[in-house]
Design a protein. Structure first.
Length: 649
Protein backbone atom coordinates (compact mmCIF):
# COMPACT_ATOMS: atom_id res chain seq x y z
CA UNK A 1 0.00 0.00 0.00
CA UNK A 2 2.82 2.38 0.89
CA UNK A 3 4.59 1.66 -2.40
CA UNK A 4 1.44 2.44 -4.38
CA UNK A 5 1.05 5.75 -2.51
CA UNK A 6 4.65 6.70 -3.22
CA UNK A 7 4.17 5.81 -6.88
CA UNK A 8 1.00 7.91 -6.99
CA UNK A 9 2.78 10.91 -5.45
CA UNK A 10 5.70 10.60 -7.86
CA UNK A 11 3.31 10.38 -10.82
CA UNK A 12 1.62 13.65 -9.80
CA UNK A 13 4.89 15.58 -9.58
CA UNK A 14 5.60 18.11 -12.35
CA UNK A 15 8.06 16.97 -15.00
CA UNK A 16 10.71 19.44 -13.89
CA UNK A 17 10.63 18.15 -10.32
CA UNK A 18 10.84 14.56 -11.52
CA UNK A 19 13.95 15.40 -13.55
CA UNK A 20 15.63 17.22 -10.64
CA UNK A 21 14.90 14.41 -8.17
CA UNK A 22 16.11 11.79 -10.65
CA UNK A 23 19.28 13.78 -11.27
CA UNK A 24 20.11 14.24 -7.59
CA UNK A 25 19.38 10.60 -6.78
CA UNK A 26 21.55 9.49 -9.72
CA UNK A 27 24.48 11.65 -8.62
CA UNK A 28 24.24 10.26 -5.08
CA UNK A 29 24.22 6.66 -6.32
CA UNK A 30 27.09 7.45 -8.69
CA UNK A 31 29.17 8.74 -5.80
CA UNK A 32 28.43 5.68 -3.63
CA UNK A 33 29.22 3.43 -6.59
CA UNK A 34 32.61 5.09 -6.95
CA UNK A 35 33.35 4.79 -3.24
CA UNK A 36 32.48 1.10 -3.39
CA UNK A 37 34.76 0.63 -6.39
CA UNK A 38 37.70 2.33 -4.72
CA UNK A 39 37.25 0.38 -1.46
CA UNK A 40 37.24 -2.81 -3.54
CA UNK A 41 40.56 -1.76 -5.10
CA UNK A 42 41.97 -1.33 -1.59
CA UNK A 43 40.65 -4.78 -0.62
CA UNK A 44 42.27 -6.45 -3.63
CA UNK A 45 45.52 -4.57 -3.10
CA UNK A 46 45.75 -5.74 0.54
CA UNK A 47 45.73 -9.41 -0.51
CA UNK A 48 48.90 -11.42 -1.11
CA UNK A 49 52.10 -9.43 -1.56
CA UNK A 50 50.34 -6.23 -2.54
CA UNK A 51 49.88 -3.08 -0.48
CA UNK A 52 47.34 -0.27 -0.79
CA UNK A 53 48.75 3.09 -1.79
CA UNK A 54 51.75 3.87 -3.98
CA UNK A 55 54.77 1.58 -4.29
CA UNK A 56 57.95 2.73 -6.06
CA UNK A 57 59.85 -0.08 -7.79
CA UNK A 58 63.57 0.00 -7.14
CA UNK A 59 65.91 -0.17 -10.11
CA UNK A 60 67.43 -3.24 -8.45
CA UNK A 61 64.25 -5.11 -9.44
CA UNK A 62 64.63 -4.20 -13.13
CA UNK A 63 66.05 -6.44 -15.84
CA UNK A 64 67.43 -4.41 -18.76
CA UNK A 65 67.61 -5.83 -22.28
CA UNK A 66 69.57 -3.33 -24.38
CA UNK A 67 68.65 -0.41 -22.14
CA UNK A 68 71.31 1.30 -19.99
CA UNK A 69 71.08 2.65 -16.43
CA UNK A 70 72.70 6.05 -16.04
CA UNK A 71 74.39 7.46 -12.94
CA UNK A 72 71.28 9.45 -11.99
CA UNK A 73 69.19 6.26 -11.90
CA UNK A 74 67.34 6.98 -15.15
CA UNK A 75 67.15 4.30 -17.85
CA UNK A 76 68.32 5.21 -21.35
CA UNK A 77 66.25 3.31 -23.94
CA UNK A 78 66.39 3.12 -27.72
CA UNK A 79 64.01 1.44 -30.17
CA UNK A 80 63.73 -2.27 -29.41
CA UNK A 81 65.12 -2.01 -25.87
CA UNK A 82 63.17 -3.74 -23.10
CA UNK A 83 62.77 -3.18 -19.37
CA UNK A 84 61.37 -6.05 -17.28
CA UNK A 85 59.92 -5.63 -13.79
CA UNK A 86 59.50 -8.86 -11.77
CA UNK A 87 57.93 -9.17 -8.32
CA UNK A 88 55.73 -11.56 -6.32
CA UNK A 89 52.27 -11.66 -7.85
CA UNK A 90 50.09 -8.83 -6.57
CA UNK A 91 47.06 -6.80 -7.57
CA UNK A 92 47.95 -3.70 -9.61
CA UNK A 93 45.34 -1.09 -10.35
CA UNK A 94 47.61 1.30 -12.25
CA UNK A 95 51.21 1.18 -13.40
CA UNK A 96 53.06 4.40 -14.22
CA UNK A 97 56.50 5.64 -15.15
CA UNK A 98 58.03 9.05 -15.78
CA UNK A 99 59.99 9.99 -18.88
CA UNK A 100 62.06 12.67 -20.57
CA UNK A 101 61.83 12.54 -24.34
CA UNK A 102 62.15 14.80 -27.34
CA UNK A 103 59.91 12.65 -29.55
CA UNK A 104 56.61 10.81 -29.48
CA UNK A 105 57.27 7.19 -28.59
CA UNK A 106 55.42 3.94 -28.02
CA UNK A 107 55.93 1.32 -25.34
CA UNK A 108 54.45 -2.13 -25.59
CA UNK A 109 53.42 -2.85 -21.99
CA UNK A 110 53.12 -6.62 -21.54
CA UNK A 111 52.04 -7.92 -18.15
CA UNK A 112 51.79 -11.51 -16.95
CA UNK A 113 49.78 -13.12 -14.18
CA UNK A 114 47.33 -15.93 -13.50
CA UNK A 115 43.59 -16.04 -14.12
CA UNK A 116 40.77 -17.47 -12.00
CA UNK A 117 41.69 -20.98 -13.19
CA UNK A 118 45.24 -20.50 -11.87
CA UNK A 119 46.60 -20.63 -15.41
CA UNK A 120 49.24 -18.13 -16.49
CA UNK A 121 48.35 -15.58 -19.14
CA UNK A 122 49.75 -12.38 -20.64
CA UNK A 123 48.18 -9.20 -21.98
CA UNK A 124 49.66 -6.28 -23.90
CA UNK A 125 48.78 -2.59 -24.19
CA UNK A 126 50.28 -0.13 -26.66
CA UNK A 127 51.04 3.04 -24.73
CA UNK A 128 51.89 6.18 -26.73
CA UNK A 129 53.57 9.15 -25.07
CA UNK A 130 54.08 12.73 -26.24
CA UNK A 131 57.25 14.74 -25.57
CA UNK A 132 55.26 17.62 -24.04
CA UNK A 133 54.16 15.44 -21.11
CA UNK A 134 56.25 13.55 -18.58
CA UNK A 135 54.21 10.72 -17.05
CA UNK A 136 52.61 7.66 -18.61
CA UNK A 137 49.91 5.75 -16.73
CA UNK A 138 48.63 2.31 -17.77
CA UNK A 139 45.44 0.81 -16.31
CA UNK A 140 46.00 -2.87 -15.46
CA UNK A 141 43.40 -3.75 -12.78
CA UNK A 142 44.64 -7.32 -12.43
CA UNK A 143 46.94 -9.64 -10.47
CA UNK A 144 50.36 -9.42 -12.09
CA UNK A 145 53.80 -10.92 -11.46
CA UNK A 146 55.76 -9.33 -14.33
CA UNK A 147 55.61 -6.16 -16.43
CA UNK A 148 57.67 -5.82 -19.59
CA UNK A 149 58.20 -2.47 -21.36
CA UNK A 150 59.47 -2.51 -24.94
CA UNK A 151 60.33 0.94 -26.26
CA UNK A 152 59.86 2.17 -29.86
CA UNK A 153 60.64 5.70 -30.98
CA UNK A 154 58.36 7.36 -33.54
CA UNK A 155 61.44 9.08 -34.99
CA UNK A 156 64.64 7.47 -36.25
CA UNK A 157 67.44 6.93 -33.74
CA UNK A 158 65.86 8.91 -30.93
CA UNK A 159 66.39 7.68 -27.37
CA UNK A 160 64.40 8.56 -24.25
CA UNK A 161 64.87 8.40 -20.50
CA UNK A 162 62.48 6.29 -18.40
CA UNK A 163 62.46 6.37 -14.60
CA UNK A 164 60.37 6.25 -11.41
CA UNK A 165 58.39 3.06 -12.03
CA UNK A 166 55.33 3.00 -9.76
CA UNK A 167 52.57 0.57 -8.76
CA UNK A 168 49.59 2.71 -7.86
CA UNK A 169 46.84 1.20 -5.70
CA UNK A 170 45.97 4.49 -4.02
CA UNK A 171 42.46 5.63 -3.18
CA UNK A 172 41.59 8.02 -6.02
CA UNK A 173 38.08 9.20 -6.88
CA UNK A 174 37.30 8.93 -10.61
CA UNK A 175 34.77 11.65 -11.45
CA UNK A 176 34.38 10.27 -14.98
CA UNK A 177 33.08 7.01 -13.53
CA UNK A 178 30.72 8.92 -11.22
CA UNK A 179 29.40 10.88 -14.19
CA UNK A 180 28.98 7.78 -16.36
CA UNK A 181 27.12 5.80 -13.68
CA UNK A 182 24.99 8.83 -12.82
CA UNK A 183 23.93 9.40 -16.42
CA UNK A 184 23.05 5.72 -16.87
CA UNK A 185 20.93 5.70 -13.71
CA UNK A 186 19.35 9.08 -14.55
CA UNK A 187 18.22 7.79 -17.94
CA UNK A 188 16.82 4.61 -16.35
CA UNK A 189 14.82 6.70 -13.87
CA UNK A 190 13.74 9.04 -16.65
CA UNK A 191 12.31 6.12 -18.63
CA UNK A 192 10.51 4.82 -15.53
CA UNK A 193 9.00 7.93 -13.94
CA UNK A 194 8.49 10.19 -16.97
CA UNK A 195 6.39 7.87 -19.10
CA UNK A 196 3.91 10.55 -20.20
CA UNK A 197 6.68 12.53 -21.88
CA UNK A 198 7.24 9.67 -24.30
CA UNK A 199 3.60 9.86 -25.38
CA UNK A 200 2.81 13.57 -25.28
CA UNK A 201 6.20 15.28 -25.70
CA UNK A 202 8.51 13.01 -27.65
CA UNK A 203 10.66 16.00 -28.57
CA UNK A 204 11.31 16.64 -24.86
CA UNK A 205 12.30 12.99 -24.35
CA UNK A 206 14.72 13.35 -27.25
CA UNK A 207 16.18 16.54 -25.78
CA UNK A 208 16.73 15.01 -22.31
CA UNK A 209 18.43 11.94 -23.78
CA UNK A 210 20.48 13.96 -26.27
CA UNK A 211 21.78 16.48 -23.75
CA UNK A 212 22.55 13.81 -21.10
CA UNK A 213 24.47 11.51 -23.42
CA UNK A 214 26.03 14.38 -25.37
CA UNK A 215 27.52 16.11 -22.33
CA UNK A 216 28.80 12.75 -21.07
CA UNK A 217 30.42 12.13 -24.45
CA UNK A 218 32.13 15.53 -24.45
CA UNK A 219 33.53 14.90 -20.96
CA UNK A 220 34.93 11.46 -21.87
CA UNK A 221 36.79 12.46 -25.02
CA UNK A 222 40.59 12.63 -25.09
CA UNK A 223 41.85 16.20 -25.35
CA UNK A 224 42.75 16.15 -29.02
CA UNK A 225 40.91 15.89 -32.36
CA UNK A 226 39.19 12.53 -32.76
CA UNK A 227 36.77 13.12 -35.62
CA UNK A 228 37.04 13.52 -39.39
CA UNK A 229 39.18 16.61 -40.10
CA UNK A 230 38.37 17.91 -36.62
CA UNK A 231 41.65 19.82 -36.35
CA UNK A 232 40.64 21.81 -39.44
CA UNK A 233 37.16 22.45 -37.99
CA UNK A 234 38.70 23.62 -34.69
CA UNK A 235 40.97 26.02 -36.55
CA UNK A 236 38.11 27.39 -38.67
CA UNK A 237 35.92 27.84 -35.58
CA UNK A 238 38.69 29.71 -33.75
CA UNK A 239 39.37 31.99 -36.73
CA UNK A 240 35.99 32.39 -38.44
CA UNK A 241 35.69 36.07 -37.50
CA UNK A 242 39.30 37.01 -38.30
CA UNK A 243 40.16 39.22 -41.25
CA UNK A 244 42.14 37.76 -44.18
CA UNK A 245 45.91 37.93 -43.80
CA UNK A 246 48.73 36.57 -41.65
CA UNK A 247 47.91 35.69 -38.04
CA UNK A 248 49.66 34.00 -35.14
CA UNK A 249 48.44 30.60 -33.99
CA UNK A 250 47.09 30.27 -30.49
CA UNK A 251 49.47 27.84 -28.78
CA UNK A 252 46.85 25.32 -27.64
CA UNK A 253 45.11 25.38 -31.00
CA UNK A 254 48.42 24.85 -32.82
CA UNK A 255 49.23 21.90 -30.57
CA UNK A 256 45.92 20.25 -31.46
CA UNK A 257 46.45 20.97 -35.15
CA UNK A 258 49.86 19.28 -35.35
CA UNK A 259 48.87 16.42 -33.03
CA UNK A 260 45.59 15.50 -34.67
CA UNK A 261 44.23 11.97 -34.80
CA UNK A 262 44.81 10.35 -38.16
CA UNK A 263 48.29 11.85 -38.46
CA UNK A 264 49.42 9.94 -35.35
CA UNK A 265 49.02 6.22 -34.61
CA UNK A 266 46.75 6.53 -31.61
CA UNK A 267 45.57 8.86 -28.85
CA UNK A 268 48.19 8.75 -26.06
CA UNK A 269 45.87 9.57 -23.17
CA UNK A 270 44.80 6.22 -21.78
CA UNK A 271 43.98 7.22 -18.20
CA UNK A 272 42.35 10.01 -16.23
CA UNK A 273 45.77 11.01 -14.89
CA UNK A 274 47.16 11.55 -18.39
CA UNK A 275 44.07 13.53 -19.36
CA UNK A 276 44.61 15.74 -16.32
CA UNK A 277 48.26 16.28 -17.25
CA UNK A 278 47.28 17.14 -20.83
CA UNK A 279 44.66 19.61 -19.57
CA UNK A 280 47.23 21.25 -17.30
CA UNK A 281 49.72 21.45 -20.17
CA UNK A 282 47.25 23.07 -22.58
CA UNK A 283 46.13 25.60 -19.98
CA UNK A 284 49.74 26.49 -19.12
CA UNK A 285 50.72 27.43 -22.67
CA UNK A 286 51.14 31.13 -23.52
CA UNK A 287 48.20 32.33 -25.60
CA UNK A 288 50.15 33.23 -28.75
CA UNK A 289 52.81 31.09 -30.43
CA UNK A 290 55.57 31.99 -32.87
CA UNK A 291 53.83 30.02 -35.63
CA UNK A 292 51.75 31.86 -38.22
CA UNK A 293 49.06 30.93 -40.72
CA UNK A 294 47.37 32.61 -43.65
CA UNK A 295 43.69 33.39 -43.18
CA UNK A 296 41.85 33.27 -46.49
CA UNK A 297 38.80 35.35 -47.35
CA UNK A 298 35.63 33.80 -45.92
CA UNK A 299 33.62 31.56 -48.21
CA UNK A 300 29.99 30.52 -48.05
CA UNK A 301 31.02 27.33 -46.22
CA UNK A 302 32.31 29.54 -43.38
CA UNK A 303 28.67 29.86 -42.30
CA UNK A 304 29.10 26.39 -40.79
CA UNK A 305 31.47 27.78 -38.16
CA UNK A 306 29.47 30.82 -37.04
CA UNK A 307 27.80 29.21 -34.02
CA UNK A 308 30.92 27.54 -32.59
CA UNK A 309 32.84 30.72 -33.41
CA UNK A 310 30.35 32.78 -31.38
CA UNK A 311 30.66 30.29 -28.55
CA UNK A 312 34.44 30.64 -28.54
CA UNK A 313 34.16 34.44 -28.54
CA UNK A 314 31.86 34.24 -25.51
CA UNK A 315 34.37 31.94 -23.80
CA UNK A 316 37.15 34.45 -24.51
CA UNK A 317 35.03 37.27 -23.09
CA UNK A 318 34.38 35.26 -19.92
CA UNK A 319 38.09 34.55 -19.51
CA UNK A 320 37.88 30.78 -19.79
CA UNK A 321 41.05 28.70 -19.87
CA UNK A 322 41.97 27.10 -23.20
CA UNK A 323 40.62 23.69 -22.22
CA UNK A 324 37.34 25.11 -20.89
CA UNK A 325 36.99 27.19 -24.04
CA UNK A 326 37.55 24.12 -26.20
CA UNK A 327 34.85 22.21 -24.30
CA UNK A 328 32.50 25.20 -24.43
CA UNK A 329 32.66 25.22 -28.24
CA UNK A 330 31.72 21.54 -28.34
CA UNK A 331 28.79 22.15 -26.00
CA UNK A 332 27.53 24.93 -28.30
CA UNK A 333 27.65 22.51 -31.23
CA UNK A 334 25.81 19.84 -29.23
CA UNK A 335 23.08 22.16 -27.92
CA UNK A 336 22.49 23.63 -31.37
CA UNK A 337 21.99 20.15 -32.81
CA UNK A 338 19.67 19.08 -29.97
CA UNK A 339 17.64 22.30 -30.28
CA UNK A 340 17.20 21.99 -34.05
CA UNK A 341 16.15 18.34 -33.95
CA UNK A 342 13.86 18.99 -30.98
CA UNK A 343 12.08 21.69 -33.01
CA UNK A 344 11.92 19.36 -36.01
CA UNK A 345 10.29 16.58 -33.97
CA UNK A 346 7.82 19.06 -32.51
CA UNK A 347 6.86 20.34 -35.98
CA UNK A 348 6.42 16.92 -37.59
CA UNK A 349 2.80 15.77 -37.82
CA UNK A 350 3.97 12.18 -38.30
CA UNK A 351 7.31 10.39 -38.31
CA UNK A 352 8.41 11.80 -34.95
CA UNK A 353 9.70 8.41 -33.78
CA UNK A 354 11.84 7.91 -36.88
CA UNK A 355 13.33 11.40 -36.60
CA UNK A 356 14.21 10.85 -32.93
CA UNK A 357 15.78 7.44 -33.53
CA UNK A 358 17.89 8.56 -36.50
CA UNK A 359 19.01 11.73 -34.72
CA UNK A 360 20.12 9.64 -31.71
CA UNK A 361 22.18 7.22 -33.78
CA UNK A 362 25.87 6.99 -32.76
CA UNK A 363 27.28 8.79 -35.82
CA UNK A 364 25.15 11.96 -35.71
CA UNK A 365 25.50 12.15 -31.91
CA UNK A 366 29.25 11.63 -32.26
CA UNK A 367 29.37 14.54 -34.71
CA UNK A 368 27.27 16.71 -32.40
CA UNK A 369 29.87 16.35 -29.63
CA UNK A 370 32.95 17.35 -31.65
CA UNK A 371 34.00 20.27 -33.83
CA UNK A 372 32.34 19.91 -37.23
CA UNK A 373 29.65 21.66 -39.23
CA UNK A 374 28.10 18.30 -40.21
CA UNK A 375 25.83 18.29 -37.15
CA UNK A 376 24.66 21.83 -37.94
CA UNK A 377 23.93 20.79 -41.52
CA UNK A 378 22.00 17.73 -40.35
CA UNK A 379 20.05 19.71 -37.74
CA UNK A 380 18.96 22.49 -40.07
CA UNK A 381 18.08 20.09 -42.89
CA UNK A 382 16.02 17.97 -40.48
CA UNK A 383 14.20 21.15 -39.42
CA UNK A 384 13.55 22.17 -43.03
CA UNK A 385 12.40 18.64 -43.86
CA UNK A 386 9.98 18.69 -40.91
CA UNK A 387 8.40 21.90 -42.27
CA UNK A 388 8.00 20.26 -45.68
CA UNK A 389 6.32 17.16 -44.25
CA UNK A 390 3.91 19.26 -42.19
CA UNK A 391 2.90 21.51 -45.07
CA UNK A 392 2.35 18.66 -47.52
CA UNK A 393 0.46 16.50 -45.04
CA UNK A 394 -1.73 19.47 -43.98
CA UNK A 395 -2.46 20.66 -47.48
CA UNK A 396 -5.89 21.95 -46.46
CA UNK A 397 -4.25 24.53 -44.16
CA UNK A 398 -3.06 27.80 -45.65
CA UNK A 399 0.68 28.37 -45.77
CA UNK A 400 1.87 30.80 -43.08
CA UNK A 401 4.77 33.16 -43.54
CA UNK A 402 6.34 31.84 -40.32
CA UNK A 403 6.66 28.38 -41.88
CA UNK A 404 8.20 29.83 -45.03
CA UNK A 405 10.69 31.83 -42.96
CA UNK A 406 11.73 28.81 -40.88
CA UNK A 407 12.10 26.67 -44.01
CA UNK A 408 14.15 29.28 -45.90
CA UNK A 409 16.50 29.99 -42.97
CA UNK A 410 16.92 26.28 -42.21
CA UNK A 411 17.72 25.40 -45.81
CA UNK A 412 20.11 28.30 -46.30
CA UNK A 413 22.07 27.55 -43.13
CA UNK A 414 21.95 23.80 -43.85
CA UNK A 415 23.12 24.10 -47.45
CA UNK A 416 25.72 26.87 -47.15
CA UNK A 417 28.44 24.55 -45.79
CA UNK A 418 27.43 21.78 -48.21
CA UNK A 419 25.41 22.85 -51.24
CA UNK A 420 25.10 19.20 -52.31
CA UNK A 421 21.81 19.17 -50.37
CA UNK A 422 20.29 22.05 -52.36
CA UNK A 423 17.89 19.74 -54.30
CA UNK A 424 15.96 19.35 -51.02
CA UNK A 425 14.88 22.98 -51.41
CA UNK A 426 13.18 22.28 -54.74
CA UNK A 427 10.63 19.97 -53.07
CA UNK A 428 8.93 23.03 -51.61
CA UNK A 429 8.08 24.32 -55.09
CA UNK A 430 5.47 21.55 -55.46
CA UNK A 431 3.16 22.65 -52.67
CA UNK A 432 -0.40 22.60 -54.06
CA UNK A 433 -2.24 25.80 -54.98
CA UNK A 434 -4.72 25.12 -52.19
CA UNK A 435 -2.03 26.19 -49.68
CA UNK A 436 -2.15 29.78 -50.90
CA UNK A 437 -4.68 32.57 -50.49
CA UNK A 438 -4.39 33.63 -54.12
CA UNK A 439 -2.80 32.58 -57.39
CA UNK A 440 -0.49 35.60 -57.21
CA UNK A 441 0.79 34.53 -53.80
CA UNK A 442 1.40 31.04 -55.19
CA UNK A 443 3.45 32.38 -58.11
CA UNK A 444 5.51 34.67 -55.89
CA UNK A 445 6.19 31.81 -53.48
CA UNK A 446 7.26 29.38 -56.21
CA UNK A 447 9.44 31.99 -57.87
CA UNK A 448 11.12 32.61 -54.52
CA UNK A 449 11.75 28.91 -53.93
CA UNK A 450 13.21 28.48 -57.43
CA UNK A 451 15.38 31.54 -56.89
CA UNK A 452 16.61 30.10 -53.58
CA UNK A 453 17.31 26.74 -55.18
CA UNK A 454 19.23 28.26 -58.10
CA UNK A 455 21.12 30.55 -55.70
CA UNK A 456 22.24 27.66 -53.51
CA UNK A 457 23.15 25.52 -56.51
CA UNK A 458 25.22 28.39 -57.87
CA UNK A 459 27.41 28.11 -54.79
CA UNK A 460 28.02 24.49 -55.66
CA UNK A 461 31.21 25.05 -57.61
CA UNK A 462 31.91 21.44 -58.49
CA UNK A 463 35.68 21.54 -58.94
CA UNK A 464 36.21 23.17 -55.55
CA UNK A 465 33.33 21.70 -53.54
CA UNK A 466 35.34 19.41 -51.30
CA UNK A 467 38.69 21.18 -51.54
CA UNK A 468 40.19 24.64 -51.82
CA UNK A 469 41.31 24.67 -55.40
CA UNK A 470 41.05 23.16 -58.82
CA UNK A 471 43.84 20.71 -57.98
CA UNK A 472 41.53 18.69 -55.70
CA UNK A 473 42.39 17.10 -52.36
CA UNK A 474 45.93 15.71 -52.26
CA UNK A 475 44.85 12.97 -49.85
CA UNK A 476 43.01 11.33 -52.74
CA UNK A 477 46.23 10.97 -54.76
CA UNK A 478 46.81 12.48 -58.22
CA UNK A 479 43.62 14.56 -58.19
CA UNK A 480 42.64 17.49 -60.38
CA UNK A 481 39.06 18.71 -60.15
CA UNK A 482 39.21 20.70 -63.40
CA UNK A 483 40.52 17.77 -65.45
CA UNK A 484 38.05 15.40 -63.82
CA UNK A 485 35.14 17.73 -64.60
CA UNK A 486 36.24 18.03 -68.21
CA UNK A 487 36.46 14.24 -68.42
CA UNK A 488 32.87 13.91 -67.17
CA UNK A 489 31.60 16.39 -69.76
CA UNK A 490 33.38 14.52 -72.54
CA UNK A 491 32.24 11.07 -71.36
CA UNK A 492 28.89 11.48 -69.55
CA UNK A 493 27.73 7.93 -70.28
CA UNK A 494 30.97 6.42 -68.97
CA UNK A 495 30.78 8.52 -65.79
CA UNK A 496 27.15 7.53 -65.29
CA UNK A 497 28.21 3.89 -65.38
CA UNK A 498 31.04 4.60 -62.93
CA UNK A 499 28.65 6.38 -60.55
CA UNK A 500 25.92 3.73 -60.71
CA UNK A 501 28.41 0.90 -60.27
CA UNK A 502 30.04 2.47 -57.19
CA UNK A 503 26.72 3.55 -55.73
CA UNK A 504 25.18 0.11 -56.08
CA UNK A 505 28.19 -1.64 -54.57
CA UNK A 506 28.09 0.61 -51.48
CA UNK A 507 24.33 1.15 -51.18
CA UNK A 508 23.70 -1.12 -48.19
CA UNK A 509 26.95 -0.10 -46.50
CA UNK A 510 26.09 3.58 -46.54
CA UNK A 511 22.41 3.41 -45.61
CA UNK A 512 22.10 0.53 -43.13
CA UNK A 513 25.71 -0.62 -42.72
CA UNK A 514 28.55 0.45 -40.43
CA UNK A 515 29.41 3.56 -42.45
CA UNK A 516 26.13 5.33 -41.85
CA UNK A 517 24.80 5.15 -38.29
CA UNK A 518 27.71 3.51 -36.44
CA UNK A 519 30.90 5.14 -37.71
CA UNK A 520 32.95 7.10 -35.15
CA UNK A 521 35.82 8.33 -37.31
CA UNK A 522 39.23 7.23 -35.99
CA UNK A 523 37.67 5.57 -32.93
CA UNK A 524 36.12 2.89 -35.18
CA UNK A 525 32.60 1.52 -35.56
CA UNK A 526 30.02 0.44 -33.03
CA UNK A 527 30.57 -3.22 -32.19
CA UNK A 528 27.03 -4.31 -33.11
CA UNK A 529 26.62 -1.90 -35.98
CA UNK A 530 24.06 -4.12 -37.75
CA UNK A 531 21.54 -3.46 -34.99
CA UNK A 532 21.42 0.28 -35.66
CA UNK A 533 20.33 -0.25 -39.25
CA UNK A 534 17.77 -2.83 -38.15
CA UNK A 535 16.33 -0.36 -35.62
CA UNK A 536 16.01 2.41 -38.19
CA UNK A 537 14.25 0.14 -40.70
CA UNK A 538 12.00 -1.36 -38.01
CA UNK A 539 10.89 2.08 -36.80
CA UNK A 540 10.34 3.27 -40.36
CA UNK A 541 8.01 0.32 -40.97
CA UNK A 542 6.14 0.22 -37.66
CA UNK A 543 5.91 3.80 -36.35
CA UNK A 544 2.38 5.22 -35.97
CA UNK A 545 1.17 7.07 -39.07
CA UNK A 546 -1.41 9.82 -39.32
CA UNK A 547 -4.48 9.15 -41.42
CA UNK A 548 -4.47 11.04 -44.70
CA UNK A 549 -7.72 12.51 -45.96
CA UNK A 550 -8.83 11.22 -49.33
CA UNK A 551 -8.62 14.73 -50.77
CA UNK A 552 -4.98 15.00 -49.69
CA UNK A 553 -3.66 11.67 -50.96
CA UNK A 554 -2.71 13.06 -54.36
CA UNK A 555 -0.65 15.83 -52.72
CA UNK A 556 1.14 13.33 -50.47
CA UNK A 557 1.92 11.06 -53.44
CA UNK A 558 3.36 14.08 -55.28
CA UNK A 559 5.45 14.94 -52.23
CA UNK A 560 6.87 11.43 -52.05
CA UNK A 561 7.71 11.28 -55.75
CA UNK A 562 9.44 14.67 -55.78
CA UNK A 563 11.27 13.86 -52.55
CA UNK A 564 12.69 10.64 -53.98
CA UNK A 565 13.97 12.57 -57.02
CA UNK A 566 15.52 15.22 -54.77
CA UNK A 567 17.20 12.58 -52.60
CA UNK A 568 18.61 10.84 -55.67
CA UNK A 569 19.91 14.20 -56.90
CA UNK A 570 21.63 14.80 -53.54
CA UNK A 571 23.18 11.33 -53.66
CA UNK A 572 24.45 11.92 -57.19
CA UNK A 573 25.97 15.26 -56.13
CA UNK A 574 27.69 13.64 -53.13
CA UNK A 575 29.35 11.01 -55.28
CA UNK A 576 30.21 13.48 -58.04
CA UNK A 577 31.76 15.94 -55.61
CA UNK A 578 34.06 13.24 -54.22
CA UNK A 579 34.86 12.02 -57.73
CA UNK A 580 36.00 15.52 -58.66
CA UNK A 581 37.98 16.40 -55.57
CA UNK A 582 39.09 13.18 -53.94
CA UNK A 583 39.52 10.67 -56.78
CA UNK A 584 42.40 10.34 -59.21
CA UNK A 585 41.63 11.56 -62.71
CA UNK A 586 40.06 8.86 -64.91
CA UNK A 587 39.56 6.37 -62.08
CA UNK A 588 36.70 3.86 -62.33
CA UNK A 589 36.30 3.94 -58.56
CA UNK A 590 35.06 6.84 -56.43
CA UNK A 591 36.90 7.29 -53.14
CA UNK A 592 36.26 9.46 -50.12
CA UNK A 593 32.50 8.87 -49.92
CA UNK A 594 31.36 8.25 -46.34
CA UNK A 595 28.02 7.27 -44.88
CA UNK A 596 27.81 10.40 -42.73
CA UNK A 597 27.18 12.45 -45.88
CA UNK A 598 23.83 10.68 -46.39
CA UNK A 599 22.45 11.20 -42.87
CA UNK A 600 20.72 14.55 -43.68
CA UNK A 601 18.55 12.79 -46.32
CA UNK A 602 18.21 9.46 -44.50
CA UNK A 603 15.17 10.50 -42.46
CA UNK A 604 13.14 11.55 -45.50
CA UNK A 605 14.21 8.46 -47.46
CA UNK A 606 13.26 6.02 -44.68
CA UNK A 607 10.09 7.99 -43.97
CA UNK A 608 8.90 7.56 -47.56
CA UNK A 609 10.06 3.99 -48.17
CA UNK A 610 8.68 2.84 -44.81
CA UNK A 611 5.20 4.20 -45.43
CA UNK A 612 3.47 0.87 -45.96
CA UNK A 613 0.43 -0.71 -44.35
CA UNK A 614 1.81 -2.24 -41.12
CA UNK A 615 -0.51 -1.70 -38.19
CA UNK A 616 1.16 -1.12 -34.83
CA UNK A 617 -1.06 -2.01 -31.87
CA UNK A 618 1.56 -1.28 -29.20
CA UNK A 619 0.54 1.66 -26.98
CA UNK A 620 2.43 4.73 -28.16
CA UNK A 621 4.02 5.42 -24.77
CA UNK A 622 5.37 1.85 -24.58
CA UNK A 623 6.47 1.85 -28.22
CA UNK A 624 8.34 5.13 -27.87
CA UNK A 625 10.09 4.02 -24.70
CA UNK A 626 11.20 0.77 -26.31
CA UNK A 627 12.67 2.31 -29.46
CA UNK A 628 14.39 5.14 -27.58
CA UNK A 629 15.62 2.59 -25.06
CA UNK A 630 17.45 0.86 -27.90
CA UNK A 631 18.87 4.23 -28.96
CA UNK A 632 20.19 4.88 -25.46
CA UNK A 633 21.69 1.38 -25.33
CA UNK A 634 23.59 2.00 -28.58
CA UNK A 635 24.85 5.37 -27.35
CA UNK A 636 26.05 4.01 -24.00
CA UNK A 637 27.74 1.16 -25.83
CA UNK A 638 29.42 3.77 -28.02
CA UNK A 639 30.70 5.61 -24.94
CA UNK A 640 31.65 2.83 -22.54
CA UNK A 641 34.44 0.82 -24.11
CA UNK A 642 35.72 3.18 -26.84
CA UNK A 643 35.83 6.23 -24.55
CA UNK A 644 35.41 5.57 -20.82
CA UNK A 645 37.39 2.33 -20.63
CA UNK A 646 40.05 3.52 -23.07
CA UNK A 647 40.59 7.10 -21.93
CA UNK A 648 39.06 7.74 -18.50
CA UNK A 649 39.88 4.97 -16.01
Amino acid sequence: MKISKIREKVTRLPIFQKLIISLLLSLAVGLFWELGYEFNVQRKAAKGEGTPGIEHISNDNLVLEGAKELNNGKILVESGNTIILRFPERYINKFSYSYDSGVTFKTEVTYQGSNNYQRSYSDMTEDYSRPQLHTSVVNISDCVSEIKLTYYSMAEEKASLLFDFVIDNSFSINFYRIFFVSVVLFLILFFIVCGNIFRKKLELAFAVIGVSVGILFISLQPMEPISWDEAVHIHESFTVFESPGTHQWENGEYYLYVNQEGLLPKSPFLSKEEKAEQKEYLNSLPEESNETYEKEAPSISSVGYIFTGIGLKIADFLGFSFYTKLIFGKCINLLLYIFLVTMAIKILPTGKQLMAVIALMPTPMFQAGVYTYDSMVTGFLFLGTAVLVREFYYSEQKLKWQSVLVFVIAMILGCCPKAIYAPMIFIAAFLPKSKFKSQKQCYIYRAGIIFLFVGMMSTFVLPALMSKGMEGDARGGNTNAAEQLLLIFKNPITYTKVFLSNFWDQLANFFIGPNNFSAMAYIGNLKFYQATGVLAVAVALTQPRMKIAESNKKTVRCFKAVSILAILACIALIWTALYLSFTEVGSYGIVGVQGRYFIPVTFLLFFILGDIRITNHIPERTYNRVILGFSVFFLLQMLYEPFFVQFCR
